[in-house]
Write a protein that binds this ligand. Structure first.
Ligand SMILES: [Fe+2]
Length: 152
């Protein structure tokens, strides 16, 4: 299968809501899901896991408070800031909160995509890019990810 080149307008995806953080779908395939998440001050998730998925969240703007709960009950708290990545293995629960006075933006990648088995608040996507379903397995060209990451 040939590599598909997709071009994303990150600024168009970066939309904030008043009531809660927004989840803006960048890309979803059978193997992965990429979401741009936008947080105003005070926005937070409930404590949740990602089911069978592993996830990373790259902070590309601002900072977030993160509380993680490991399967053995061990809990840790941290503040993550622009350029840092949170890795959430399967079995770890966490909550994220923008406890700063500035907006925050994270690029979240889950593999496999989040599913109904996760104890995840079932928030809708707020902003979607239409992907031709005939792509099947979409392979992101590394230059696209570098472009996204270098926006930090
Ligand atoms: Fe999460």
């Amino acid at each position: 299968m040939a590599t598909q080149r997709l071009h994303f307008d990150l600024d168009a995806l970066k939309q904030f809501q008043e009531a809660e953080y927004s989840r803006n779908l960048v890309l979803k395939t059978a193997q992965m899901e990429i979401i741009l998440t936008c947080w105003k001050p005070g926005h937070e998730t409930p404590l949740h896991d990602h089911g069978i998925s592993e996830g990373v969240a790259l902070v590309i703007e601002g900072e977030l408070f993160c509380q993680e709960v490991f399967p053995d009950g061990f809990t840790q708290q941290s503040q993550i800031t622009t350029g840092e990545v949170i890795f959430t293995p399967k079995g770890v629960s966490h909550l994220l909160r923008n406890n700063s006075s500035q907006n925050a933006v994270t690029l979240n990648i889950y593999t496999p995509p989040l599913d109904a088995n996760a104890k995840f608040l079932d928030l809708p996507y707020h902003n979607m890019i239409e992907i031709d379903p005939s792509f099947g397995q979409v392979l992101l060209d590394s230059s696209i990810l570098q472009t996204l990451f270098h926006r930090a």
